[in-house]
Design a protein around this ligand. Structure first.
Ligand code: H79
Length: 445
């Protein structure tokens, strides 16, 4: 009893410290990277991420007045006034949402990071913002912040947590319709003042970088907006440099895409793959079917083979692939997507060594049989077209030591013959992996 009384003040102080700490735990303290390449390395090493488009547009699931081709552009394409579109918030009640389940699916797919829509063009915040009532926490019967759960699940499972943020905003009346896609604003304001929109944008970025712990990347989207405006002018309008400076200050390891109007850290080819190795880090984004957000009528899924060959192609050029899925409004994932992603993950479980942490092919031209990736002394030969002669020619001679099948746990050496212009590997007589058979070539310069 006496002891208790004695310790009581200390215990209360300890509790206060713990509580205060708890409030601040999502503030990130990071020693800044020493160089741009050091900053980019963890991001580039991951090579494969999952884009997630989830928002109010998931409620109509692509259908409106008999037409079924809509998705995240629903509001613009139906020309729906804000007051009507905003009603979808009252139907957004994803009782089946389970962040652990989502991140388990992410892990099973072999993707190493997610990029989720914190706010799409519709301006609806899919997180707990204090700057706006138009949010998943304030305006839906769910009353819940999914980013909080997802950030925690990502942290626990070692998955990178990245955020998508749209520059155009069809809800904030200070975003001028003239800069928005096709000049559409759900609630137009002739006196919209872009300069007044900037503190809002910056305030939300500040929230996103202080509420959820480390953010792997920020994916600003400008697509189709600021039409006819030079990138210099756009950078001026978006206050790009000061946004970037603030991100650097809050989270120096967070990498930033190129859509604010200035280059930042990586480029973002959308639905196309560059023709060869690129000087700057890049990340191709690609939907798994034909829509970014959930569309219930879209069954045009890319097969596991298409996805993996795309990933291999991009990796051989030194880029990342950000593969998109649109979860349903009830919190479930489209089952077809889960199945395909599981198959992709199955291939990566065996062959991931040839993707993660690798760099672009050292060769200028790509071999007719497939692609090459590299990790130090190891070359990974991705044989997509198995030669009927079972002879695989690789135009590499320097220090070639040993070749084996990546899927062979015994790593049995394959026989090789070398010539002045390259090495020929005798392929074993087996049924090749219909997706991609990987051969490891050990070299020592
Ligand atoms: O978030 C995703 C898209 O909503 C956004 N960027 C990706 C990552 C994007 N904004 N604009 N665009 C993509 C390009 C515009 C494509 C369009 Fe269309 C084709 C506009 C009209 C036809 C896609 C299909 C959007 C509506 C229908």
């Amino acid at each position: 009893m006496k002891l208790n009384r004695c310790f009581a003040p200390f215990i209360s102080l300890l509790l206060i410290i713990i509580l205060l700490n708890g409030c601040c735990t999502n503030r990130v303290r990071q020693t800044p990277p020493a160089s741009e390449s050091q900053k980019m390395k963890p991001f580039q090493d991951m090579r494969f991420g999952m884009f997630i488009h989830w928002g109010l547009y998931s409620v109509p699931a692509g259908e409106w007045k008999g037409q079924t081709d809509y998705a995240e552009w629903f509001q613009l394409e139906t020309k729906m006034p804000l007051a009507e579109y905003a009603k979808f918030a009252h139907q957004f009640d994803p009782t089946n949402f389970d962040a652990n389940q989502w991140i388990k699916m992410v892990k099973d797919s072999g993707t190493k990071y997610i990029v989720i829509t914190a706010k799409h063009h519709d301006g609806f915040a899919m997180y707990d913002t204090k700057l706006e009532n138009y949010s998943v926490v304030n305006d839906t019967p769910w009353y819940h912040d999914p980013l909080k759960d997802l950030a925690a699940a990502c942290k626990r499972d070692g998955v990178g947590f990245g955020l998508y943020y749209s520059l155009p905003d069809r809800h904030n009346t200070n975003f001028p319709a003239q800069y928005s896609q096709r000049h559409f604003h759900g609630d137009p304001n002739p006196n919209a003042d872009h300069d007044q929109y900037i503190p809002y944008l910056k305030g939300q970025i500040h929230e996103l970088l202080t509420q959820y712990g480390p953010v792997t990347c920020l994916w600003f989207d400008d697509r189709g907006s600021f039409e006819g405006i030079s990138s210099e002018k756009r950078a001026e309008l978006t206050h790009a440099q000061s946004v970037i400076d603030e991100v650097h200050q809050l989270q120096p390891w967070c990498v930033i895409d190129d859509r604010l109007g200035v280059g930042a850290d990586y480029t973002t080819p959308e639905q196309w793959i560059p023709a060869g190795p690129q000087a700057k880090p890049f990340e191709v984004c690609m939907p798994l079917n034909d829509h970014w957000g959930y569309n219930k009528a879209d069954h045009d899924w890319k097969s596991p083979k298409v996805v993996i060959q795309m990933l291999v192609n991009i990796t051989s050029e030194g880029g990342n692939l950000l593969l998109d899925i649109g979860p349903m409004a009830d919190g479930n994932m489209p089952p077809e997507a889960v199945k395909i992603l599981g198959q992709v993950g199955g291939w990566l479980k065996v062959n991931g060594e040839s993707i993660y942490g690798t760099t672009a092919s050292p060769l200028r031209t790509r071999p007719s049989w497939g692609y090459i990736t590299q990790n130090g002394d190891k070359l990974y030969l991705h044989v997509l077209n198995w030669p009927s002669s079972c002879q695989l020619f690789v135009p590499v001679t320097n220090g070639v030591k040993r070749a084996y099948l990546l899927a062979d746990s015994k790593q049995e050496a394959l026989s090789m013959t070398s010539a002045a212009d390259g090495t020929t590997i005798a392929l074993p007589s087996l049924t090749p992996d219909p997706i991609d058979t990987v051969i490891v070539l050990n070299t020592k310069p």
